[in-house]
Design a protein around this ligand. Sequence first.
Ligand SMILES: C[S@@+](CC[C@H](N)C(=O)[O-])C[C@H]1O[C@@H](n2cnc3c(N)ncnc32)[C@H](O)[C@@H]1O
Length: 423
Amino acid sequence: MSEALQGQRLRRAALIAYPAALGEERLDFLLERSALQGAERASLQWLLSGALRETAILQALLAQLLRPGRQDEQISALLQLALYELRHGQRPEFAVVNDWVAATQLIGKVWAKGLVNAVLRRYLRERSRLDAIPPPQSHPQWLLQRLQVAYPEQWPQIIAANLQPAPLWLRVNRQRRSRDAYQALLTERGVASSSHPQLPDALMLEQSLPVQELPGWEEGWVAVQDGAAQLAAEILAPKAGERILDACAAPGGKTAHLLALGADDLLALDRSESRLQRTQAALQRQGFAPTLRLADAADPTTYADARPFDAILLDVPCSATGIIRRHPDILHRPSDLATLTQEQARLLRGVWPLLRPGGRLLYCTCSVLPEENGEQIAAFLDEQADARLQVHPLSGQRLPGQDGMDGFFYALLGKVAEAGEAA
Ligand SMILES: C[S@@+](CC[C@H](N)C(=O)[O-])C[C@H]1O[C@@H](n2cnc3c(N)ncnc32)[C@H](O)[C@@H]1O
């Protein structure tokens, strides 16, 4: 297939997906629906993620470049995508302008060719003035207010980190290769990476590349997993022979890590069938086949037997406000925090009785909001006489961008043998 045609396919897919993401659809689903694969899919993700992070800036630029009045939404979306590529892409400016002018045809709006051409060329001419205009607020009010209250000093850094593209983090499957051996392989191929002292299987790549180009990808030597997400298995520290419940497992990133660290009696649940299918494929690629079950984790009658669990990982659904840099569509969707916090509380209370006395439960979210994190755990500890917060050097709140990682929250809870007695 010619490069030009591939580019056209990419722009067609972007012109469908970008307005849909602004209309509150999930970026993951839109990428999946695009049916693009490999390098083309990676380019689409780059373009959409970037434009969704910078929507406020791109729209402010358009306000400067277009005459006021009624605007065509599809053309506005096309111009935003084109401006993003002009500001951050690698292709020559003339090619970017020509291709986006031609893309008017893909949405049946050939009449707008002249307008698109004029706006993009004016941007290039006046770029230094336009780029110097202070950027407008990028975060929705509901989130900005919460961040300002929860992090009176750090909120500007959190926002800045949310607007930076995230690096590619890998987790080397130690059942297949050691981290150092894999890093040497990457170096041989000219791919620079760095390790992290607290994450024995992690490598952070300086430059992203399509996963299919990673050595041993198909053979499951490596998985994509942010450093902060890799803390889960390190904190839970599974041992062979322990019975482990991974209560909200899909798409299986942490499940695979627990298995790689030696968990050999693991039950993984999720209540989404499609996500469980993805989990199965991902685990299979890495050479693992644990028991996967479609179930509501908060209702143990549907999956538990009389044997208690030694350890539980509870990676609850959350606002995902710690991973905006990877999922900037979150900036464009309202978040139903009340429903999420209720569901988190229901899950905590639902799985707790399955833990044996002396056992441990790791609660985790990829959120930075206290109501889903510290406050959720404090409320649980208040009402659960046999629950204790355990001190762990890797637990607590991590903010996005810290050590190049996503924002995550971890609380390790121990179950005391009897109320009042330390486990
Ligand atoms: C944050 S994601 C889990 C990510 C996963 N642990 C990983 O590392 O790849 C939360 C998951 O919880 C699932 N979920 C939500 N409510 C659930 C419930 N009541 N029971 C089981 N799974 C649930 C969602 O379908 C989603 O896959």
